[in-house]
Design a protein around this ligand. Structure first.
Ligand code: AMP
Length: 190
């Protein structure tokens, strides 16, 4: 299967993406994780990405698109993948369409995790404490929500028009949410 996970920062995407990808035997590809790994290793990509991430802004499309195209060329992504946190802009949607076309592949579903805004901010503040993420200060958290609403939420309509959207309630225990997502995906023709 070829899946996209969407939802505002703090919706629990990363946690769910890892579990669902494993159940489906496909790699979970998180652009945020790849950026963070590069930041940690001090690579040129990491150095470039860090200033955007620390401010709660998106890394430029060009950089992000190239990184995803390279990742999709790895053998484990040939049969399927779950993209967590990509695409996030209209340009990224178009670029991903091109990547898929070039690989003679298409998307099966776009899962959107829905959660309450206040709940999200609480979760992110909590995560800042437990994971020590540099982009989890309160100002940055608010900026990330704004950027999501401005640049990424409109993508839901784009994919809805293609009949790919599956909205799943992201509130509740992790296992409950996982069960909802798996049930939604069971309904998707393979
Ligand atoms: P995430 O872990 O998915 O919340 O991503 C953390 C940060 O990485 C984001 O706030 C962005 O700065 C950057 N990032 C992750 N994915 C993308 C993307 N698809 N486009 C641009 N920036 C991204």
């Amino acid at each position: 299967m070829r899946l996209i996970f969407m939802g505002p920062p703090g919706a629990g995407k990363g946690t769910q993406a890892a579990v669902v990808a494993e159940r489906h035997g496909i790699p979970a590809i998180s652009t945020g994780d790849i950026f963070r790994a590069n930041v940690g290793q001090g690579t040129p990509l990491g150095l470039e990405a860090k200033r955007y991430m620390d401010a709660g802004e998106y890394v430029p499309d060009e950089v992000t698109n190239r990184m995803v195209a390279d990742r999709l060329d790895e053998p484990d992504a040939e049969k399927g993948f779950l993209l967590d946190g990509y695409p996030r802009t209209v340009d990224q949607v178009a670029q991903l369409d091109g990547m898929l076309q070039a690989r003679d592949a298409s998307l099966d579903a776009v899962v959107v995790l829905t959660v309450d805004q206040d709940e999200i901010v609480q979760r992110l503040l909590q995560r800042a404490v437990t994971e020590g993420r540099a982009d989890d200060t309160e100002d940055v958290i608010r900026r990330r929500q704004e950027v999501y609403l401005e640049q990424t939420a409109p993508l839901i309509d784009v994919y809805r028009e293609r009949g790919l959207i599956h909205e799943v309630d992201g509130l509740g225990e992790v296992a409950e949410v996982t069960a909802r997502i798996l049930a939604a995906l069971d309904a998707v023709a393979r």
